[in-house]
Ligand binder design. Structure first.
Ligand SMILES: CC(C)(COP(=O)(O)OP(=O)(O)OC[C@H]1O[C@@H](n2cnc3c(N)ncnc32)[C@H](O)[C@@H]1OP(=O)(O)O)[C@@H](O)C(=O)NCCC(=O)NCCS
Length: 400
């Protein structure tokens, strides 16, 4: 197998569903800008790209019709650049990188593009017309249970307290606010957003503005404020709007190359995409997925948790992120507290502060991971997330 290099990885900002900057921007427009951003950063002629894989968790309506191919064409890439849509729910954006990586590693192509997309404003979580199988759903309601309830199950079954969750959430906002203040989100490409207004004469006016920051970060978050929020999914539960991931719109893209292509196009390799592992778990506690996927990944790599300098552990919910960190052996507060000099987990904040645009997340976290690994000179980074239906995914990156 050949080495696979990520040579460009960018993302749009992540913006709040319905009330955020991208709520009126079509998903294709977000994705096309991410694609342009990724090729633009390394001045690559898109004709060099063999195929584009786009991760999307609800690939229907505006983000349906094989968004992978549609986006390649809308981006103005030549007809020779093919495209497909990939769905593994919250790992879709990472799955797209893994599939692209396999193609390069096997010599099936030299340049592949992998992206992720979700407009949760335009296509709701669950899709426009969910139609679970009636008999199956009656016998196995856990398979279709709300993600919030799975987070409650994890909190109750594994003793993750409300206080644990709120403290973790508070630190997510602090880290994200600090990263914004210090302009550390260098992977963000300023992105045009659309806004529609009805004028007095009944006509609709479309205007455009540039969005260059994640608009869900609350720098003024306090543990006390979080403690006052009511449970969002179960009357006596502990999972709230404050310790859950935000629902978000966004897109991200990266370019993968073989060593030959790196030389041919004269680009700087950033990290190697080394390994990918997925694992199944019970659907009604899907948040524990990383507790299975990460050990599987580390075993394949011959590494231990302490060898990993940076973690992007998706914060679908604080309850599951904390439980997974405990199982992986990295739950000590020094690894995730905003004021710790030894922090390794979600050092620029996570989805509680920055949002979790489902199918985009795997690709978005990869862009953040690559930027942080390069900036800090960290040798190994692991990205992992839980997945609806009961799964976890994890990937290993190595600095070039
Ligand atoms: C939990 C959830 C339902 C909340 O949605 P929402 O109600 O639109 O969330 P909001 O941002 O409006 O926050 C709700 C309230 O909490 C408050 N809040 C949120 N974060 C806060 C913080 N950090 N500090 C203080 N208050 C906060 C808001 O101010 C708001 O209060 P208001 O109604 O008085 O304005 C939604 O975020 C969700 O479903 N998240 C999980 C998504 C998911 O399942 N993803 C897949 C994972 S596998």
């Amino acid at each position: 197998m050949r080495d696979v290099y990520i040579v460009s990885a960018v993302r749009t900002p992540g913006c709040r569903r319905a009330r955020g900057a991208f709520s009126q921007t079509r998903p294709e427009n977000l994705l096309v800008q991410a694609l342009h951003g990724a090729v633009g950063r390394i001045k690559l002629d898109p004709a060099a790209i063999d195929d584009l894989m786009v991760g999307c968790a609800f690939p229907e309506a505006e983000q349906g019709l094989n968004i992978g191919r549609v986006a390649a064409q809308m981006a103005g890439f030549p007809d020779s650049v093919s495209g497909a849509t990939v769905n593994r729910f919250c790992a879709s954006g990472l799955e797209s990188i893994a599939i692209s990586s396999l193609k390069v590693a096997n010599g099936w192509c030299d340049v592949a593009m992998a992206a992720g997309l979700e407009s949760m404003s335009i296509v709701p979580m669950g899709g426009n017309m969910p139609r679970p199988h009636p008999e199956w759903a009656k016998e196995h309601p856990d398979v279709y249970v709300s993600m919030g309830i799975t987070a409650e199950n994890v909190a109750k079954r594994y003793n993750v307290t409300r206080q644990d969750q709120d403290e973790f959430a508070y630190n997510s906002h602090l880290k994200a606010a600090e990263a914004q203040k210090n302009k550390l989100f260098t992977e963000i490409i300023p992105t045009n957003a659309d806004k529609y207004e009805e004028l007095k004469d009944g006509t609709i006016k479309r205007s455009t503005f540039v969005q260059d920051f994640d608009d869900g970060v609350r720098a003024d978050t306090t543990v006390e404020g979080l403690g006052k929020l009511r449970p969002a999914f179960a009357a006596t539960g502990s999972v709230t709007a404050g310790n859950s991931s935000q629902t978000t719109d966004g897109a991200a893209a990266s370019i993968l190359m073989s060593e030959e292509a790196v030389k041919k196009y004269g680009v700087k390799p950033l990290v190697k995409f080394k390994l990918y592992a997925v694992a199944g778990c019970k659907a009604d506690e899907m948040g524990v997925g990383p507790a299975y996927a990460v050990p599987k990944l580390l075993k394949l790599a011959g590494l231990k948790a302490e060898d990993i300098g940076l973690w992007e552990l998706n914060e679908a919910f604080a309850s599951q992120a904390i439980y997974c960190a405990r199982q992986i052996g990295i739950a000590d507060k020094k690894y995730w507290a905003a004021d710790s000099k030894e922090k390794r987990i979600n050092i620029s904040g996570g989805a509680i502060a920055l949002g979790h645009p489902l199918g985009c997340t795997g690709s978005k976290l990869a862009a953040t991971m690559v930027a942080n690994m390069v900036r800090l000179g960290v040798k190994y980074g692991v990205e992992s997330m839980c997945i609806g239906g009961g799964m976890g995914a994890a990937a290993l990156f190595e600095l070039c």
